[in-house]
Design a protein around this ligand. Structure first.
Ligand code: HEC
Length: 186
């Protein structure tokens, strides 16, 4: 049954603007109903029956992918051997000093004597004094305590170098040292 197509003009008038009182076109109603059916399908599939991953699951998966990518880009935390190699190499140590003096001094003092962050020249440590522990602290940071994460912000090489430089500060006894924090380690 074919509907008769004609334009019915409504008899009111808004500031000279009139409107038709036509039936909605079939194709328009069709897409409208389709959106409702699709919404029901996706709601059921995602939230009720679990046949499709929920938005939360998709988000969790994407987040895990992003973190894996970040880890890949930021490299792995430095190993003890890498830090020790930098410690034995004067050029690497000088590079570590440059990183320290441009990036770490604001919180740890330009000589490592401590400020907002702990004194790095004494024998007291919050997160361990072994080369790989110092490297890991720098790599992952202690964000909840105000020590930034340097993974991704500094290259793996720079983290090794600055970790070696921190070790080289041991026992340097700078003026105005911050009081020891943590436990004494050899
Ligand atoms: C915004 C301030 C800030 C900056 C910048 C910063 N740190 Fe820290 N750092 C801290 C704080 C605060 C702590 C103490 C964390 C805690 O209480 O657990 C810390 C802790 C550390 C520790 C562990 C000390 C211990 O006793 O175990 C090391 C090593 C360290 N930082 C090295 C660095 C290096 C290297 C840099 C530069 C690349 C740097 N920090 C930049 C604030 C900072």
């Amino acid at each position: 049954m074919k509907q008769e197509r004609r334009d019915v003009v409504r008899d009111h008038d808004f500031d000279g603007i009139q409107e038709f009182d036509n039936q909605l076109p079939r194709w328009w109603l069709g897409t409208f109903v389709l959106t409702i059916l699709l919404a029901l399908y996706w709601w059921g599939a995602r939230e009720t029956f679990g046949t499709e991953p929920s938005i939360r699951e998709i988000h969790a998966q994407q987040w895990a992918e992003l973190q894996a990518l970040q880890l890949e880009k930021g490299g792995a935390p430095p190993t003890a051997e890498e830090v020790e190699a930098a410690l034995a190499d004067p050029e690497a140590l000088a590079a570590g000093k440059a990183v320290f003096e441009s990036t770490c001094f604001a919180c740890h003092g330009s000589l490592g004597e401590g400020n907002i962050g702990p004194n790095l020249t004494d024998a007291y440590w919050l997160h361990g004094s072994r080369p790989e522990q110092i490297g890991l602290t720098i790599f992952q940071g202690v964000p909840e305590k105000g020590m930034p994460t340097w993974r991704g912000a500094l290259s793996a090489e720079k983290i090794q170098q600055v970790a070696a430089y921190v070790i080289s500060l041991q026992g340097s006894e700078p003026p105005n040292p911050k009081a020891p924090q943590g436990t004494q380690e050899p």
